[in-house]
Every structure is written in structure tokens, then in C-alpha cells.
Design a protein around this ligand. Structure first.
Ligand code: PLP
Ligand code: COI
Length: 339
């Protein structure tokens, strides 16, 4: 434990002391239980294994200068997991069970919450799976909700430095009216081929176009997209992207900094007009985009020539981090203190 190099953590799994679990059986949720095992006993015909009844969340806890632990936008994540449940017909985890399970998982692993100033955070991974058996394609009757945590550093190795991303029309991560707007594992399975290809070519992520017409910007593999121009924060509206809680927070912060906000379709051609662009998400935080290469026809859109983030991205990053770590007061009610 004393050997954790907090300042140099990557984004990966590290064993912690406990996870918490709660089962839905016979039409009702049971008690939240702690476990020190990293494994779950699972029926061989569980619907999660065969038919992809699985959804997850990602949120973070931060240790402040005052030593307190702050969880960012807990209730928003609880509500998004409910929306994922409705999307693939799983039992919905009530907000109080979700919140209590997350708080318990953090509390039981308090010693893994990185120290203030390290730049790291405790990543919280709630997971809901169809644990009951089916052989026909039907929803399960039993579900397992679990929460594990793991200390993490930046998702992209560069941290808060611009990285290149790649557009391709070769793969889609989600269908136009499919599951792109909920956080189910199948979307990530569908993104693996494009993601691995992009990484091999030196890109941090794939920027997906809308799957129907390939005319509009959707989002990046693990994060939403935003562009900045003329003091305006512009981010795609699409039925096939995840409603990012980080993006929602940045829209609020940008508005309060005096920017105008536009959440609308963003055409591929509009990429040429942005002064700054970035990826945003819980894991990605803000990851400025250095340039976007169109892998299919060789064009590039460049946003950073000196390897530095643009001024608006920098301001947004600092403001968001300050609220998350408790350096600034939280006027929005985004923080839950773990006591
Ligand atoms: N888009 C995708 C596909 C994601 O996996 C994530 C990560 O959760 C996001 C966007 C960002 O969402 P959030 O800010 O809620 O973490
Ligand atoms: C997150 O940002 O929490 C994510 O879930 C993105 C990725 C790690 C899947």
C-alpha cells in the first residue's frame, strides 16, 4: 500500500479491499453487502453472458486539501444507470441503493483515495448485470448490482495535453436508434476494433460520425466532443451518443464564464471552423484535441500547433477540477461528501 506511486498512476485496475453487491430477486432488491472477493459466482446461462444485459457507470471521488472525500455528481450517474436499465429491460437500481452502495464502496476503501495534490482520483465503477438464466432471448428475472473502486490517474497518457484523434467511416460504435445513448457494454465491444486500430496509428481515440448519414459529429470512443469558436461552446446533439455528465457540467461552467452554449448537430465540415476542440468525460476529464485526421481521405483539422491546450479548454479544466477537489465552492450541488 505504501508503495503506490500516486502521482504516476495510469488508468487501470488495482485491487482494493472491498466491493459491494446487491441482488434483485423475486421482484425486489436485497441488502447491500460488502465482499473482499474479486470474483462473482455466475450462472452459466446468465443473460449478461449471452444477450448482453449489462450496463455500467463511471464516476470519481476526490480527496480535498481538507482531507474530505468528494463524490462528483452521484445522483446523475444513478439516474443514467436507470436509463440504461430501461434501454435493455433490466431491473432499475433505486437511487438510494445506488448512492448508498457507492458511498459504502468508497468508505470501505478510503485508504485508496489518492492524496490531494497527486492529480489522481478514485474511479468508481458501478455495474449491473442480468444474473438470472435464460436461453430464449428474454430479460433475466434476477440482477446483480455491484460497485468496485480503483485509484486512477489520467485516461490518456498525455494527461491535460492535446492529442490527435482519428475519424473513420469504417466502423460505427452504435446504431442510429440503438443503444448509443445508454452505457451498455455492447457499445464498447463494438468500439474495440476501431479503437485498437486508432491506438496502433498513434491516436488517442476515434471520433465517430453519426451512423446514419456519416455527415455529423457524434462522439469519441470514451468521451463526448466539444468545439469552441467565437466565445461559443458547441457540442453535438445525437440519438447515438452517451449523455455525458462531464459535458453537462462543462456546459454549465462555460455558460457561467460568459460563453454561449450550442447543443445541436455539428456537421463534419464545421470541424474546420473551431478554434479549440476537446474530448470530455469522467475518465478523460478534458482531453484537448491537437488535430483530427480523416483517415479515409487524408484531411486534417488542427487545433493546437504548440502542444498546449487552448485558453477556453484550460479555463474549463481548471474550474472543473477546482470544484471536484473542493478548492472552489460548489454552487451547483454536484458534490456529495463521504462521511
Ligand atoms: N461517451 C462515452 C462513450 C463514454 O463512455 C463516456 C464515459 O463515461 C462519456 C461519453 C463521458 O460521460 P461522463 O462524462 O458521464 O463520464
Ligand atoms: C468513464 O469515463 O467513466 C468511462 O466509462 C469511459 C471509459 C473508461 C469506458
Amino acid at each position: 500500500m505504501s508503495t503506490i506511486d500516486w502521482a504516476n498512476l495510469g488508468f487501470g485496475y488495482m485491487k482494493t479491499d472491498f466491493n459491494v453487491r446487491c441482488y434483485y430477486r423475486n421482484g425486489k432488491w436485497g441488502e447491500i453487502e460488502a465482499s473482499d472477493s474479486e470474483y462473482i459466482p455466475l450462472h452459466i446461462a446468465a443473460t449478461a453472458l449471452h444477450y448482453g444485459q449489462e450496463a455500467f457507470e463511471g464516476l470519481k471521488a476526490f480527496r480535498g486539501k481538507d482531507g474530505q472525500i468528494r463524490i462528483f455528481r452521484l445522483e446523475d450517474n444513478a439516474l443514467r444507470m436507470q436509463s440504461s436499465s430501461r434501454g435493455i429491460l433490466m431491473a432499475e437500481v433505486p437511487v438510494d441503493i445506488f448512492s448508498n452502495a457507492v458511498k459504502k464502496a468508497v468508505k470501505l476503501n478510503e485508504r485508496f483515495v489518492p492524496p490531494y495534490g497527486s492529480g489522481a482520483a478514485l474511479y468508481i465503477r458501478p455495474l449491473l448485470i442480468g444474473s438470472g438464466p435464460q436461453v430464449g432471448v428474454r430479460p433475466a428475472e434476477e440482477y446483480l448490482f455491484l460497485v468496485f473502486v480503483t485509484p486512477v490517474g489520467p485516461y490518456f497518457k498525455a494527461g491535460f495535453k492535446p492529442t490527435p484523434v482519428m475519424v473513420t467511416r469504417e466502423f460505427d460504435r452504435a446504431a442510429p436508434q440503438g443503444t448509443g445513448n445508454i452505457k451498455v457494454g455492447g457499445n464498447y465491444a463494438a468500439s474495440l476494433r476501431a479503437g485498437v486500430k486508432a491506438h496502433a496509428l498513434g491516436y488517442s481515440a476515434v471520433l465517430y460520425l453519426d451512423p446514419k448519414e456519416k455527415k455529423y459529429i457524434d462522439e469519441c470512443g470514451p468521451a463526448n466532443f466539444y468545439g469552441i469558436k467565437n466565445n461559443c461552446y458547441i457540442t453535438p446533439a445525437s440519438s447515438s451518443i452517451l449523455p455525458s455528465i462531464t459535458n453537462k457540467s462543462l456546459m454549465q461552467l462555460a455558460e457561467d464564464m460568459g460563453l454561449t452554449i450550442e447543443r445541436r448537430r455539428v456537421s463534419f465540415e464545421e470541424l474546420a471552423t473551431f478554434e479549440e476542440a476537446g474530448q470530455c468525460g469522467t475518465a478523460a476529464v478534458i482531453s484537448p484535441i491537437e488535430r483530427i485526421d480523416d483517415a479515409d481521405n487524408g484531411t486534417s483539422f488542427v487545433y493546437s500547433k504548440d502542444g498546449e491546450p487552448g485558453p477556453v479548454s484550460k479555463n474549463l479544466y481548471q474550474k472543473l477540477r477546482a470544484i471536484q477537489y473542493g478548492d472552489d465552492v460548489d454552487p451547483y450541488g454536484w458534490i456529495t461528501i463521504v462521511d
